[in-house]
Ligand binder design. Structure first.
Ligand SMILES: NC(=O)c1ccc[n+]([C@@H]2O[C@H](COP(=O)([O-])OP(=O)(O)OC[C@H]3O[C@@H](n4cnc5c(N)ncnc54)[C@H](O)[C@@H]3O)[C@@H](O)[C@H]2O)c1
Length: 421
């Protein structure tokens, strides 16, 4: 998986790096997952935190205090991420911002010769995903995407088992996410942004819009300008596993149905209930989410089921099992009872990234793998938003004969931010 070696960096940064050399990391977007990522980075020998950046001063100071408890030190604190990009002493940037703010910090960091750990989904549009991939390649940067399952042993084992033919001919991959938080917050009125929040910078390239707590920290996931609902949130993690089993191949056709069926009075733009069908020549992938519910399939609120002719392999973060198919009353393959998961995948993922920063190997979830999973999720949302059965040309990175769908590939950027070319 992580095999090819990148050439030396062509950029402004010093070439990396002796094992003994320290790696100076900055975190952009400190509230939730970003800080979790930073904490695991600091567990890897040789890594130190050089800066914290957030547009919300309350978050910035809370995380600075948390960091002081862990390391005994307070790094540089900044509200404008361009100060991180311009700081030549910083080697690595962790991007833990909402999805609409993944692309520019990643692109600028690559151009400035820094390596990047960026959260999933890679970006909030197909165009941005492509741009991030090409920029990382052009500047020969290491970009690890936060799909940490890629570093988990039980995920690696189950995908290998499926690919070995153990469940027979693979016919369908079903991925689903039923999550209580998908019911979203009750609708509240617009208000002014809290003191200390640079709301204009939080919006960044997204359209101007009044502040609303229901679209702010954590809640932005359910507004199109900043996220894509449960499909780009959990869907990216689980569809990534499906794509792994089909070697990253993109579907030919995409159909989706859904809507806001349950939470019409809540602040939600994305679908609370949605199914997507991705068509291939001889199998299909299905994504399904029901926000606000928790029960799901096979007794699991979320997961991936690989359905083969001889059996179904079901996996999620809590473990996995193989359920044999029957030939009359005889199993077609041997059952594998419930197996415990690898709960250390996140630290392994971060450690793999730091190793790759030193060795210049491609990481476990290189930007191209992140691009594939994010694009698959966006294809599903574009099918939902147009209501059309879409045909995807993966060479041209365009939908065939569908101007409405193609118009949703490239995001509009609000001035002064410019969409990277
Ligand atoms: N890998 C995983 O398992 C996992 C889990 C949760 C979230 N995530 C991903 O992590 C990302 C962050 O999610 P979250 O739930 O932590 O969101 P959040 O809203 O809780 O935190 C985002 C932070 O970014 C800050 N921010 C926004 N714009 C900024 C800018 N221009 N510069 C600096 N800071 C800025 C916000 O003020 C906020 O503090 C999302 O992309 C999400 O999909 C991944």
């Amino acid at each position: 998986m992580a095999s090819s070696v990148l050439g030396p960096g062509m950029s402004r940064a010093k070439p990396l790096r002796q094992t003994s050399e320290r790696i100076r990391v900055a975190l952009i977007g400190c509230n939730g997952m970003g800080f979790y990522n930073l904490q695991d980075h600091l567990k890897v020998p040789g890594v130190e935190c050089a800066a914290l950046c957030d547009v919300d001063e309350a978050v910035l100071h809370r995380r600075a205090a948390d960091l002081a408890k862990i390391t005994g030190k307070t790094p540089k604190l900044v509200k404008d991420f361009r100060q991180v990009i311009d700081d030549r002493s910083i080697d690595v940037v962790i991007v833990g911002t909402p999805d609409h703010w993944h692309c520019l910090p990643t692109v600028y960091a690559c151009q400035a010769g820094k390596d990047v750990y960026v959260e999933k989904p890679l970006a909030n549009s197909i165009y941005e995903c492509e741009t991030m991939l090409s920029t990382a390649r052009r500047y020969k940067r290491i970009v690890q995407v936060g799909q940490q399952q890629r570093s988990g042993q039980h995920w690696q084992d189950t995908v290998a088992l499926v690919k070995s033919g153990r469940i027979g001919k693979l016919r369908k991959i079903k991925a689903w996410g039923f999550f209580e938080y998908g019911r979203t917050a009750p609708r509240v009125s617009d208000s002014s942004a809290p003191p200390g929040v640079d709301y204009n910078m939080w919006l960044g390239p997204a359209p101007e819009r009044p502040f609303n707590t229901g679209r702010f920290h954590g809640n932005w996931r359910f507004s199109w300008d900043y996220g894509g609902g449960l499909l780009t949130d959990w869907g990216v993690h689980l569809l990534d596993i499906a794509l792994w089993a089909v070697d990253g191949k993109m579907p030919k056709t995409i159909q989706s149905v859904g809507g806001i069926y349950a939470y019409k009075n809540n602040l939600i733009e994305t679908a609370d209930t949605q199914t997507v069908l991705y068509g291939y020549d001889d199998l299909h992938i299905e994504w399904e989410h029901l926000g606000g519910l928790q029960r799901g399939y096979y007794g699991r609120g979320y997961g991936v089921a690989f359905m083969g002719n001889d059996g179904t392999l079901v996996v999620n973060r809590e473990g996995w099992e193989l359920i044999p198919e029957l030939e009359g009353d005889k199993p077609r393959t041997e059952a594998i009872p419930f197996q415990q998961p690898d709960r250390g995948d996140h630290l392994k993922h971060v450690t793999n990234f730091v190793d790759c920063v030193r060795t210049r190997q491609l990481p476990q979830c290189d930007v191209e793998i992140g691009r594939n999973a994010a694009v698959l999720a966006h294809l599903g949302n574009i099918a939902y938003r147009t209501g059309d059965k879409l045909v995807w040309d993966d060479q041209a990175k365009q939908f065939v004969s569908n101007a409405r769908a193609n118009a949703l590939i490239v995001p509009g950027y609000r001035s002064p931010w410019k969409l990277p070319q």
